[in-house]
Design a protein around this ligand. Structure first.
Ligand code: FAD
Length: 407
């Protein structure tokens, strides 16, 4: 595996860094305080070509790789987590699913919106179906040329700001027979019956709305069902496969926050003086810095490796095992690195005048959203054991011994 960046990737990274420093960083604290989605930054991101980079050239994108996107995400995350998440979700996650499995019309619709800055919402989690996502009760009933969706989702990122929604629901045919779990594209502007019923009051990431969505007889034309070749029966597993790119993206945001915090801490260690010398001269802090850098490098390498990998089926998505390991490691080490960076600032780290406390609140999310660190460990273990465990979100497992299921 060649993890050296090409001259083009180095140039892209430099362009992203310059953008993050000049456009994003000056706005980051205000976005957090106002708890408002940064439409001004979205417009600038779209203008600079950072939205929809991974969309193929034929659809107006740049056909860039997930690693390219990760390089941009890290630079944004060093300055503003909300901005970094917008870059994730306009290049990975729901948009990857549509690009992989969507019809030509669906791809064109999604590309048009995302290239203009729309961050698609992916709607899976329900009050009674979190880690156990396949327990979802939202349903899509076929009625003539449409599906009628009823149900409720919560913790949906972008609720109330996203136009495009990829909604997961149990699919029933006209006779009421259940076909499996499918994904459906709906537009907020046009859709009647898609409403935001609550905004969550979050610990961090406050400029990105998280909300509850209610679907009341939401009619989605049948040709807006995103259908992988396996159809609805195994559709959930395939659609979720695309989510491995999102996991790499989320891990990269966490790693980028940690990188930003470490940059600040390193600077501070050289300039803050106590006992007549820079605090960086104390071995206690030197070892903290060395550990932070070591963990950061390990996380970055795992994320790069996952971003460049392909699933065992040769799919265009990152390998599920590598993506899960990278997200577990990056999210957990990032929490630790940011916490240590804050510690090195003493009381100032606890102040809202500096970005450390915001970073500490923001980074905490990444061991939870997009598959908790515990559930991702289960996924890794199931691959190691060769057992298909019910918790791994890749489909229905009949109730028989796990050893039988492996055979
Ligand atoms: P639960 O499933 O109730 O888990 C509770 C605890 O039990 C956790 O610690 C979990 O790790 C542990 N646990 C559960 N099952 C197991 C097991 N089998 N083995 C070991 N431990 C277990 N969802 C969307 O669909 N779309 C979004 O855009 C979205 N954005 C989000 C943004 C944020 C900021 C957050 C916080 C969440 C978001 N989510 C979204 C939801 C997220 O995916 C879920 O929160 C996550 O899957 C966990 O579900 P839960 O919160 O219901 O926790």
């Amino acid at each position: 595996m060649d993890l050296d960046l090409t001259p083009e990737q180095i140039a892209l990274q430099a362009r992203a860094r310059e953008f993050a420093h000049s456009v994003v960083r000056p706005r980051a604290a205000a976005i957090d305080r106002a708890e408002q989605y940064p439409w001004d930054i979205v417009a600038e991101l779209a203008k600079a070509g950072f939205c929809g980079m991974t969309i193929p050239g034929a659809l107006g994108g740049q056909g860039r790789s997930f690693l390219d996107a990760a390089l941009v995400i890290e630079e944004m995350a060093k300055c503003c987590t909300v901005t970094a998440r917008i870059v994730v979700e306009t290049n990975m996650g729901a948009i990857s699913t549509v690009m992989a499995y969507g019809s030509e019309a669906q791809k064109q619709l999604a590309a048009r919106l995302v290239l203009a800055g729309d961050k698609p919402a992916i709607c899976i989690t329900e009050p009674d179906a979190g880690s156990d996502a396949t327990a979802m009760s939202t349903r899509a009933d076929k009625r003539g040329d449409a599906y009628v969706i009823n149900g409720r989702k919560h913790w949906i990122t972008g609720a109330g700001v996203s136009k495009l929604h990829l909604i997961f629901a149990r699919v029933f045919d006209e006779r009421g027979e259940q076909l499996g779990i499918g994904g459906f594209l709906a537009l907020r502007d046009e859709a009647k019956g898609l409403s935001v019923s609550k905004r969550e009051q979050t610990m961090g990431l406050r400029g990105m709305p998280e909300g509850e969505l209610t679907f009341e007889n939401l009619e989605v034309p049948a040709d807006m069902a995103v259908l992988p070749p396996s159809g609805f029966r195994r559709g959930f597993a395939d659609l979720m496969n695309a989510y491995n790119s999102q996991r790499v993206g989320a891990g990269t945001v966490a790693m980028g926050i940690a990188a930003g915090a470490l940059e600040l801490a390193l600077d501070w260690a050289k300039t803050r003086e106590q006992f007549g010398r820079p605090i960086g001269e104390f071995q206690g802090l030197q070892w903290m810095l060395a550990d932070m850098q070591t963990q950061l490098t390990a996380a970055r390498l795992m994320l790069y490796a996952a971003a460049c990998s392909h699933g065992p089926d040769g799919s265009a998505f990152p390998d599920p095992m590598l993506a899960a390991q990278a997200k577990i490691f990056a999210s957990e080490t990032a929490v630790k690195i940011v916490n240590d960076a804050l510690q090195m600032f003493g009381a100032r780290g606890y102040s809202r005048d500096l970005p450390l406390e915001r970073m500490a609140r923001d980074v905490r999310m990444f061991t939870i959203g997009g598959g908790t660190a515990q559930v991702l460990r289960t996924l890794v273990a199931s691959k190691m054991l060769g057992w298909k465990l019910p918790q791994t979100r890749d489909g229905y497992v009949p109730k028989r011994s796990l050893r039988d299921a492996a055979e």
